[in-house]
Each structure stands twice: as C-alpha cells, then as structure tokens.
Design a protein around this ligand. Structure first.
Ligand SMILES: NC(=O)c1ccc[n+]([C@@H]2O[C@H](COP(=O)([O-])OP(=O)(O)OC[C@H]3O[C@@H](n4cnc5c(N)ncnc54)[C@H](O)[C@@H]3O)[C@@H](O)[C@H]2O)c1
Length: 274
C-alpha cells in the first residue's frame, strides 16, 4: 500500500492552526495525498516559513494569515478560496489553545473566555463559513479536532474539556444538518502528542503533582495502552482518511486516535490555601 493512499487529487483544503504541531502535520499529510492545502494560522512569519519548506518538497500548499476568532476574516478567507478555485472541499478545524492548569474554583472569567473563544467558537465560525459553501456545492468534508478530554475530562482544565466536548456536539449536530447535502462532518480526538501545547501542559501539571516534566512524560506513557506517545503523523493520517473517498459513508463519527488511551483523570491532591 502507498504511504499516501487517500486520493485527494483536485481537492481544495483549509487547515487552521497549521503553522506547527498537529496542524502542520495534517496540512502536510493532505498535501502528500495530492490536495491543494491552505495553511491558515495567526503566526504569519512561521506559517510562511513552514509553507515554503513544504513547497520546496514539491507539495501544493499556500500560507494564509487567519485569526479563527474573527468571524469576518474566516468568512472572507473561505469565500476567497472558493471563488478562486470554484470549490472548497475540505476544512480541518485544528486551531485550539490549552488553558492554564487550574481548578474551577481558581479559574477566572478571562481564562475561561479565552479558551472557549478560540477552541469552541473558532471551530463554530469555521464550520459555519465552510458549511455555507459546501451546502451550495453539495459536497465537502469537515474534520474538527477535539481531544480525548472532550470525551473524558481531566482535572484542572475545565474550560478546555468543555470546549472540546462542545466541539464533539457541534460536529454531531452539523453532521445531521449537512447530511442531505452530502457534506460529511467528523471529529478526531487525539491522545497525547508532544507538541508545544502539550509541553506547556505537562510542565504545569507536573508542578501540581510534584513531579518533574520527565516523570510526567513517563507517567503518561505508561498509561497509554500501546506504550508510546503519539506522533503528529498518527493524527494526520486519521484526518486524511476521514477527508477522503475511503470514508465516504462516515459522518457524525468521533474517532479517538490515542494509542488506546481513553482519558487522563489526574485528580490532584488538596492544595494549600493562602
Ligand atoms: N498535542 C496534543 O497532545 C493534543 C491532544 C488532543 C488535542 N489536541 C488539539 O489539537 C490541536 C492542535 O494542537 P497542537 O498540539 O498542535 O497545538 P500547538 O499549540 O502546537 O499549535 C496550535 C496552532 O494553532 C494556532 N492558533 C492558535 N490560536 C489561533 C487562532 N486564534 N487563529 C488561528 N490559529 C491559531 C497557533 O498559532 C499554532 O500554530 C488543538 O486543537 C489541540 O487542542 C492536541
């Protein structure tokens, strides 16, 4: 079997949060399966640089500066892409942010709003803008990146858990609404992959449990049934599959890609009150 078996020839794709981590790997994987991929991210310089690297490897990718929390910008980027190519076939709503590791009783309004705004509302803006285009063309595939936390919440990241569970609900609702138009909407729930996002999360969580970062990494590893952390490409391949004709009868699905890990409860000990 080819390493890139998903036949996305002539497909126009957008991946949000594509400057690094999972989004970068997803963009590369779609492009290696022959899609033309718009790599949308807040980080202008970085997204330009990584898109350049991929182009030098012969892949068809284009960088785009986008803040997913700005609905006008999301609408106009997606419409511009659809106008340029006559269609928009794939959207991967990957942009999402972690939260400060804090109990609900310590979580302030700003942190709650910041996480929900990017991780859930940004995904909604993307779904709505692409959905309008895909409904009209009566084809398309959307994959939303949730998390194992969206199925099984971990302690100390309530806003993130709620946002990711919201992404699953949005996915399943939209799958029903778009089915009559032949547009498929699915979610992927990644387990732990050691990206910048996860590094910062591990370091903070380790402190609450009095463990070093290395001890945290090992503790997580041993809790993963397949015995290793994920690689970004593990997630990217599952996304390429869901976007492809090989998944043409799959919609409203929530696919956990986690080496078998179902969640990290991580109940912390009592903390000192000052
Ligand atoms: N890494 C993991 O272990 C893991 C596990 C489960 C789920 N996820 C989810 O996967 C997705 C990607 O995670 P990652 O680990 O690659 O994170 P990351 O922090 O390495 O990358 C996230 C990217 O999103 C971009 N971004 C952030 N806010 C944005 C905005 N408002 N508009 C546009 N782009 C924005 C950032 O610039 C960055 O390039 C996230 O939704 C995350 O919640 C990650």
């Amino acid at each position: 079997m080819s390493d890139f078996p998903y036949q996305l020839t002539d497909q126009i794709a957008v991946v949000t949060g594509a400057a690094q981590g999972l989004g970068l790997s997803i963009a590369e994987q779609l492009a290696r399966n022959d899609a033309l991929v718009y790599m949308a991210d807040l980080q202008e310089e970085k997204v330009n640089r990584v898109a350049d690297d991929l182009r030098q490897q012969g892949l068809e990718v284009k960088p785009a500066v986008l803040d997913v929390t700005n609905s006008q910008s999301v609408n106009s980027l997606f419409q511009r892409i659809a106008d340029t190519h006559g269609h928009l076939d794939i959207l991967v709503n990957n942009a999402g942010i972690g939260q400060k590791v804090l109990s609900i009783t310590d979580l302030d309004d700003q942190e709650w709003d910041r996480v929900l705004r990017v991780t859930l509302t940004g995904t909604f803006y993307g779904c709505r803008a692409a959905g309008l285009i895909m409904e009209r063309q009566e084809s398309g595939s959307i994959v939303n990146i949730s998390s194992i936390n969206g199925q099984n919440p971990a302690a100390l990241v309530a806003a993130y858990n709620a946002a990711k569970e919201g992404v699953i609900s949005l996915t399943r609702t939209m799958a029903l609404e778009m089915a009559a138009y032949g547009v498929r909407v699915n979610a992927v729930c990644p387990g732990p992959v050691y990206t910048d996002f996860n590094k910062s999360n591990m370091a903070q969580r380790g402190k609450t449990l009095d463990l070093t970062e290395e001890e945290m990494i090992e503790r997580i590893r041993t809790a993963i049934p397949l015995g290793r952390w994920g690689e970004a490409v593990d997630i990217a391949r599952s996304v390429a599959f869901l976007c492809s004709p090989a998944a043409s009868w799959i919609t409203g699905e929530v696919l956990r890609v986690s080496g078998g890990m179902e969640g990290v409860a991580a109940a912390p000990p009592k903390r000192e009150r000052h």
